[in-house]
Ligand binder design. Structure first.
Ligand code: ADP
Ligand code: MG
Length: 683
């Protein structure tokens, strides 16, 4: 019988009632309970009173001196005091509502006190006490686990029950890691680690137990990603595009600019993948404005020239329209047909596009999630590029594959991602990075001003527009309320219209229809409007090189990556650009963000600071970040172990005997249970 199959009610002391309550914590089996690790420890290790600071909580050992004194208040409240000698000092111990201890406080009896030390009054306010001569499960000298509990399940009960479970079933905890890794990293056994995590005894052992479980957790997670990657390569059932370099070179020579070395490097990495027989699964990351779109355009061109269709999937309709236009422009003269598929096409247009895709009349389609709906069929889809803001987790990406299309996939991220998150959220992918900006770009100058500086800001807009340039004014998200957002943008728009009666001011927000958005955007693109007031819909990808001024209202409401992303809408042309953050941040964190923005233009650095300030959970800002929840590991703090686990998992899954050697059977079983491998032939 496996621990995963034994119900918790088999454990001594678990009634049907308690069992039901445990279910609420996700604990159903003995295995679940044993893996219900404490989130911290209460420290009952004995201290010398002379080393305890005033106001600190500590555990000390003493001897009862003198008679206890009990005062009662009303029916249930009481205050009990007693003199206790601790380390040669006579102090007062105070208990509240523990009147029953009065009889046990016999002179000369040893007592262990845990509580808050008040030095000037020589007094301990006792939260817990124990008599070593009668304590059954003495806590003294130990670290006690603190579990997340609630309802009728108390800390005491949880400790007792887990202790009972360990006694009864602890030795049955099986090793899951391959022996060679346990040896190599000098890890304790799994059973030992489980026991010590619940009852560490001393601190060092607890740390060792934690190290073991962190490694296991990160290794099993990486194993899944690496096995997925390696299976994909071995299966070798992707498309081997027969793209020749000359085709690419001659197309590149028609571009209005010279590609940067960084762009050439990543194009090469992508082409190598495309020519191979497995399906590409590659992440392309680069700073805002580093020129990822043209890289995608070239890869798509290569796919089409070798007889396939390509798709570019983007998060918003505005972007889809913009990319469709700019691709068609880049492909001008090549005969490539670009189509657009979004949720807001008329039924008639939509039917035309669907037919065009199915018959192969459209070579490259640009669209939103509308692209992966059930009724979309391609004639011969070979390459999918997603310009995502990390909206796809590993599992979702595999859904795309399983639509039976089996195309090459290139995922582009809007801004760089710190490595620790990249190998967690995108660990199954190969990564290409652009770390160089196109030549001639002038770094954007960023300023942070208070809201009362609006007059100066208006003057700045006036000056830029007089010089022929354009400006964005971004209004923030307010409280998740779309309606308030829109109102806020409208207010701003009205104000700017009044301030600049001679200019044309555009307004862009989520409530406009697709046609309206399109009209607003093309007015701005063609410089018919000089100022664009917008909510964050322009956050990703919008490209108007003549815009040189980015003004962000209430900038403290944005996260760092988002601010950097917004700033990246300017600085795209030859003229000097400026970004003005209007903010009166009250929080330390808010001020820190403004500081980072004014200090650096480098997206890789911004991402690193963002992760530091926000932590991994909030970094991506969406629930579907593809980030797993670890029980023990902290992917930032345990970064080194993460790297190690990734290397080990990569090495193991590349081995020829990984799927045949029985000593890995436990790992196969774990992989088989994962949804990522559902429907996959594993052996
Ligand atoms: P990203 O998607 O990485 O934020 P884009 O692909 O939108 O960046 O490119 C930003 C701008 O830079 C676009 O106007 C694009 O035409 C231009 N661009 C791209 N590559 C180069 C290059 N090698 N030299 C000059 N300009 C370039
Ligand atoms: Mg882009």
């Amino acid at each position: 019988m496996k621990l995963e199959q034994i119900a918790v009610k088999q454990i001594k002391g678990v009634s049907a009632l308690k069992e039901g309550e445990l279910h609420a914590f996700g604990v159903r089996t003995v295995a679940d309970l044993l893996a219900y690790f404490p989130f911290r420890y209460e420290d009952y290790r004995l201290r010398e009173l002379s080393e305890v600071k005033n106001g600190e909580k500590a555990t000390v050992l003493g001897v009862v001196r003198g008679a206890p004194l009990l005062q009662r208040y009303g029916r249930s409240k009481s205050r009990l005091t007693c003199k206790v000698e601790v380390g040669g000092m006579l102090i007062t111990a105070v208990w509240f509502n523990r009147h029953f201890l009065q009889e046990q406080l016999k002179p000369a009896r040893e007592i262990m006190l845990t509580g808050k030390w008040e030095q000037h009054r020589l007094q301990i306010t006792v939260s817990e006490s124990e008599f070593p001569d009668s304590a059954k499960n003495s806590k003294s000298g130990s670290l006690q686990p603190v579990y997340s509990v609630g309802g009728n399940i108390t800390q005491q009960w949880m400790r007792k029950t887990i202790a009972a479970a360990l006694e009864q079933y602890g030795p049955m905890v099986e090793e899951v890691l391959p022996y060679e890794l346990v040896e190599e990293h000098k890890l304790m056994s799994r059973a030992e680690a489980f026991r010590l995590l619940h009852m560490p005894g001393d601190f060092r052992k607890g740390q060792e137990a934690r190290r073991r479980m962190v490694y296991e957790e990160l290794f099993l997670f990486q194993l899944k990603l690496q096995a997925y990657r390696s299976m994909n390569r071995r299966r070798n059932d992707g498309i081997a595009f027969r793209i020749d370099s000359e085709t690419i070179r001659s197309f590149a020579s028609t571009l209005p600019f010279e590609l940067t070395d960084a762009q050439k490097k990543v194009i090469n990495e992508i082409l190598v993948d495309m020519r191979r027989g497995y399906s590409m699964n590659r992440l392309l990351q680069g700073d805002v404005g580093s020129g990822k779109t043209v890289v995608a355009a070239i890869a798509l061109y290569g796919a089409v020239k070798t007889g396939h269709q390509g798709a570019l999937m983007v998060p918003t309709e505005i972007l889809a329209e913009q990319h469709a236009k700019s691709l068609q422009r880049l492909y001008d003269g090549t005969g490539l047909q670009v189509g657009l598929l979004t949720g807001s096409l008329t039924e008639r247009k939509r039917r035309d596009v669907l037919a065009g895709l199915q018959m192969g009349l459209i070579d490259v389609v640009v669209g939103t999630h509308a692209l992966i709906q059930d009724d979309v069929f391609f004639h011969n889809l070979g390459l999918v590029v997603t310009d995502e803001q990390h909206r796809f987790g590993v599992n979702q990406r595999s859904v795309l594959r399983r639509k039976g299309l089996n195309p090459d996939v290139l995922t582009m991220t809007a801004t760089p991602i710190p490595r620790t998150l990249a190998i967690t959220a995108f660990g199954d992918m190969d990564v290409s990075s652009i770390r160089e900006m196109p030549k001639g770009r002038k770094p954007i100058k960023t300023y942070w001003v208070k809201h009362d500086a609006m007059d100066r800001v208006l003057g700045f807009i006036r000056k830029e527009v007089a010089a022929g340039r354009q400006a964005y004014v971004i209004c923030p998200l307010i409280e998740e309320s779309d309606k308030l957002d829109v109102q806020n943008a409208i207010d701003q728009y009205v104000q700017l219209q009044q301030a600049f009666p001679d200019l044309k001011v555009g307004l862009l927000h989520g409530r406009l229809t697709a046609a309206e958005k399109d009209a607003v955007m093309s007015e701005f693109s063609s410089n018919e409007s000089q100022v664009l007031v917008a909510t964050t819909v322009v956050e990703v990808g919008v490209d108007v090189p003549n815009a040189t001024l980015m003004i962000i209202m209430d900038a403290e409401r944005f996260g760092l990556s988002q601010l950097h992303q917004l700033r990246g809408r300017v600085g795209r042309g030859e003229h000097q650009s400026h970004c003005i953050l209007m903010a009166d941040p009250k929080s330390e964190n808010g001020r820190e963000r403004m500081k980072v923005m004014t200090e650096t233009n480098d997206g890789f650095e911004v991402a690193r600071r963002d992760l530091e300030l926000r932590g991994p959970g909030d970094f991506f800002g969406t629930k579907q970040s593809g980030l797993p929840e670890f029980r023990v590991a902290d992917m930032v703090a345990d970064y080194e172990v993460l790297e190690l686990a990734r290397e080990d998992a990569g090495r193991l899954t590349e081995r020829d005997d990984f799927w045949t050697n029985e000593s890995f059977a436990r790992l196969w079983a774990i992989l088989r249970e994962d949804p990522l491998f559902k429907g996959e032939q594993l052996d």
